[in-house]
Design a protein around this ligand. Structure first.
Ligand SMILES: [Zn+2]
Length: 311
């Protein structure tokens, strides 16, 4: 169904650039492939046999962390993540200003600390599971790389290598590397962003977001950082019985689209369409759950994949 919808939409750059901003944003969110993270995971798993065992060790660590109930860090402290932006651009309009990057950081800080204004719309059914994840983001460094040849990128990690016209990751054990490229056409649509889960290769660790979805108005980075901190899509990338490994997110048949009105019931419960790990419009997603927060915090706990970042 998704492919059929996408094929109706022509997405070449000239059309995008001629559309009014609001229309462009709605078009993108409705008809384009929001996130390439799971496709990328499959690709990485098939290329590197070590990743599967690393990821299953991370799952075991996560289960143990949650079982012990040691969530002190959630209440007492905030983990700070230094962000290295890699802005890969051809034209100066693609070379996002520091104010836009700071706006993106501010949006992440709102979303991970329960300060985003949209959360006021949260239905009372979900109020008890809403979580303050307690992670703060700060800009560590901005690297700007001009690539005169390339404006359209494939989700193949080329942007993560200086030798391929991109920019090498900087200390991924300590910093979140955040690559921004002009666009990522895919089939007849576009990819908004993708992330690498904990357990992948360090050289490609981080998130990639297309420049039209970076800034204070967008939630693509929030969703991708969720993956980067080990969250799955809320529908578990399958049907009603597929799991996202989180106990307090309701099952869903598939991703939500547009801005669903509450309640939308599937699989015997109301969908949490406003969760950042769904595919609703940016303005209609505004929460993480406690279970998701525990999973993310486990990554920073002793023995966690991103332990060095929290120190
Ligand atoms: Zn995703």
């Amino acid at each position: 169904m998704l492919l059929a919808i996408m094929s109706l939409v022509s997405c070449d750059d000239s059309i995008e650039e001629n559309l009014p901003k609001e229309e462009f944003s709605a078009l993108n969110q409705e008809n384009k492939k929001r996130c390439f993270t799971m496709d990328k995971l499959e690709d990485n798993l098939s290329k590197d046999k070590n990743i599967a065992s690393k990821m299953s060790a991370i799952e075991e660590h996560t289960r143990n962390f949650i079982k012990k109930g040691n969530f002190k860090r959630l209440a007492n402290g905030v983990i700070q993540i230094p962000v290295v932006f890699h802005v890969i651009y051809r034209w100066s309009s693609e070379n996002l200003a520091l104010s836009v990057l700071q706006g993106q950081i501010d949006a992440l800080n709102e979303d991970f600390n329960m300060q985003n204004p949209n959360r006021r719309a949260l239905p009372s059914e979900f109020a008890s599971v809403e979580a303050n994840v307690g992670i703060k983001f700060v800009i560590k460094k901005v690297i700007r790389v001009r690539n005169f040849k390339k404006r359209k990128w494939r989700p193949n990690d080329d942007m993560k290598y200086t030798s391929k016209g991109g920019s090498d990751a900087v200390n991924p054990q300590e910093f979140l590397n955040f690559w921004i490229v002009n666009s990522m056409p895919y089939k007849k649509g576009q990819i908004l962003g993708y992330a690498q889960f904990p357990g992948g290769n360090w050289a490609t660790d981080g998130i990639v977001v297309a420049k039209n979805f970076v800034g204070p108005r967008f939630r693509t980075a929030t969703h991708e950082v969720g993956h980067y901190l080990n969250l799955r899509h809320i529908w578990g990338d399958g049907g009603c019985y597929a799991s996202d490994f989180v106990y307090d997110t309701p099952n869903a048949k598939g991703p939500s689209r547009g801005c669903p009105s509450y309640p939308t019931a599937e699989c015997g419960s109301n969908n949490m369409t406003m969760n950042f790990m769904d595919y609703s419009y940016d303005s209609c997603m505004y929460m993480f759950t406690k279970g998701q927060s525990y999973r993310m915090n486990a990554v920073f706990a002793p023995g966690g994949f991103r332990e060095a970042m929290a120190k």
